[in-house]
Design a binder for this molecule. Structure first.
Ligand code: NAD
Length: 504
């Protein structure tokens, strides 16, 4: 089944991505075939990939079947013994070489990401560096899967806990970070000694396939990394049902995360889930206005707002509220909307039309219920996937945006009086991925760092993600962690061994 193509005419944009991709294609960088058991499979059916800025079809990719999922699982299983037996340092060397190939081809990868995902090219380049960083981190971390030795609890005994690779793993990845969400999972799985089958989002398969091609060039053996593209349920159902797949790592919406968790129950797989967010961003009266406006702009508008760490509720204390709203509106007015391949662009199109529609519905709902809206009105003539950066002030909890994730460039600002009150309001959401606190008081920062219910908290900073941090959420934002030493453990089993009778 072909993906939906959005037809609209914009003479400035048509062909922008295609022209770039043609040049890349000549260098064999645009791969549309799936990677199964070391072979590139064209498949009988193909799916269209579109530039979300123009709706133009830019490439087509294989449409894999359930039978091909089975082939991939068998190939992964065959590759497991040799891959786990490699010394961690050897696996690490392959991962490092994969990372350096990604960095070497950063420009080409960034063009692919922007062409199918829509984000500004500079952000796409940052994503490649961020994504390569996970391979480098796990290359080293794989050598540190130390385990433990525990003092014996029985006479003459020695207790050991080992970390062993879990087996064949699968990853289902989203479209907002089409490269980094793959390397964050595959870097950890491969470093742990596990093969991985990746199912990227159907909106962004080209980035995934290009990254897999570089993995192959770096020396990742046949079957150890495979990429299947096609319909999400057709591919995930056999992955979930097959008992040979021992772990599943997913990044995406909470709704789909729930379905996958349920589907994994029959074969009791280890499941890690990075799901939706609804980050509260708390601003107290005592802050430096310029710094907090910069922080809020970054936390809301990076990746054109399509970021699970995005500030979804910006709570501002009443003493600074009016000044903040004015300064934030001025900062938003500077953001330029356009095609991601245009170097002047700050905000690209929404990758999916449904996200743009959700943004518009949240704005309408908030305005109807009394919010004040500020927008530069850019984007309306550019196409249906564009949403102008918008500031909604005087937002209240009765509005959709206060409880439902936005995932687009719409900022909701809510006034508050006291610390006690805002903590309750910040924690009132069922999501608990990230949070932000801006205050000049160390005592308040320490108190709030204990009280805010989330997996990741930035205090006086909007920039805290990267390979060393345990990325993940509380409550319905997910299970498990990615990155850091905890990310490696998601793909390993603990084995406790008791050596007895040591005293002769
Ligand atoms: P989505 O859950 O629909 O898609 C994510 C992935 O799941 C894609 O690969 C998609 O093809 C696949 N998928 C969709 N339906 C499926 C099904 N029934 N069975 C198996 N796979 C299926 O997500 P979306 O709505 O396209 O993306 C936005 C959401 O993802 C947001 O809510 C956002 O917060 C979340 N997200 C979270 C993180 C994180 O790190 N926590 C990162 C990115 C996105």
């Amino acid at each position: 089944m072909a993906l939906q193509t959005i037809r609209h005419k914009n003479p400035h944009f048509i062909g922008v991505a295609t022209n770039h991709l043609r040049k890349l294609g000549r260098r064999d960088f645009v791969a549309g075939d799936a990677l199964i058991d070391g072979k590139w499979i064209a498949g009988e059916q193909r799916d269209a990939v579109v530039d979300p800025a123009t709706g133009e079809e830019i490439a087509d990719v294989a449409h894999c079947s359930a039978a091909e999922v089975n082939l991939a699982i068998s190939a992964a299983e065959r590759s497991f013994a040799a891959w786990r037996a490699l010394l961690p340092a050897k696996r690490g060397a392959i991962l490092r070489s994969w990372a350096s190939l990604m960095l070497h081809h950063s420009d080409e990868l960034a063009i692919l990401v922007t062409s199918e995902q829509g984000k500004p090219l500079a952000e796409a380049r940052d994503e490649i560096a961020y994504g390569a960083g996970f391979l480098e981190w796990f290359a080293a971390e794989g050598e540190r899967a130390y385990g433990e030795t525990i003092p014996g609890h029985k006479p003459g005994s020695l207790l050991q806990v080992r970390m062993q690779p879990i087996g064949v793993t699968a990853a289902i990845t989203p479209w907002n970070f089409p490269v980094a969400m793959i390397t964050r999972k595959a870097g950890a799985a491969l470093a742990a000694g596990c093969p991985m089958i990746v199912k990227p989002a159907p909106e962004t398969p080209l980035s995934a396939l290009a990254v897999a091609r570089l993995a192959e060039q770096a020396g990742v053996p046949r079957g150890v990394l495979q990429v299947l593209v096609g319909n999400p349920t057709e591919l995930s159902t056999p992955l979930l049902r097959d008992p040979r797949v021992r772990a599943l790592s997913f990044t995406g919406s909470t709704e789909v995360g729930r379905l996958l968790l349920e589907g994994a129950a029959d074969t009791v797989k280890k499941v890690s889930l990075e799901l939706g967010g609804h980050a509260p961003f708390l601003i107290f009266d005592d802050v430096d206005l310029d710094k907090v406006v910069k922080g809020a702009t970054a936390a809301k508008f990076a990746t054109s707002g399509q970021d699970c760490l995005a500030a979804n509720r910006i709570y501002v204390q009443k003493g600074i509220y009016a000044a903040f709203v004015d300064a934030f509106a001025a900062a938003i007015a500077q953001l330029r909307v356009g095609h991601g391949l245009d170097p002047a662009t700050d905000i690209g199109p929404m990758t999916k039309l449904s996200v743009a529609k959700k943004c518009r519905a949240q704005i309408d709902d908030a305005v109807k219920k009394g919010a004040r809206a500020f927008s530069t009105d850019q984007g309306a003539d550019l196409g249906p996937n564009f949403v102008a950066p918008t500031l909604l002030s005087d937002v209240t909890e009765s509005m959709l945006i206060a409880s439902e994730e936005t995932f687009g460039p719409v900022a909701a600002v809510l006034p508050f009086d006291s610390e006690e009150e805002v903590v309750v309001r910040a924690n009132s959401n069922e999501m608990g991925l990230a949070g932000y606190v801006y205050t000049d008081s160390l005592r308040r920062a320490l108190r709030l760092s204990e009280q805010i219910e989330c997996g990741m908290l930035g205090v006086n900073t909007a920039s805290f993600t990267g390979p060393p941090i345990p990325f993940g959420g509380w409550k319905q934002s997910g299970l498990g962690r990615e990155g850091s030493r905890h990310g490696l453990a998601e793909f390993m089993e603990l084995k406790y061994v008791c050596f007895g009778d040591l005293v002769s």
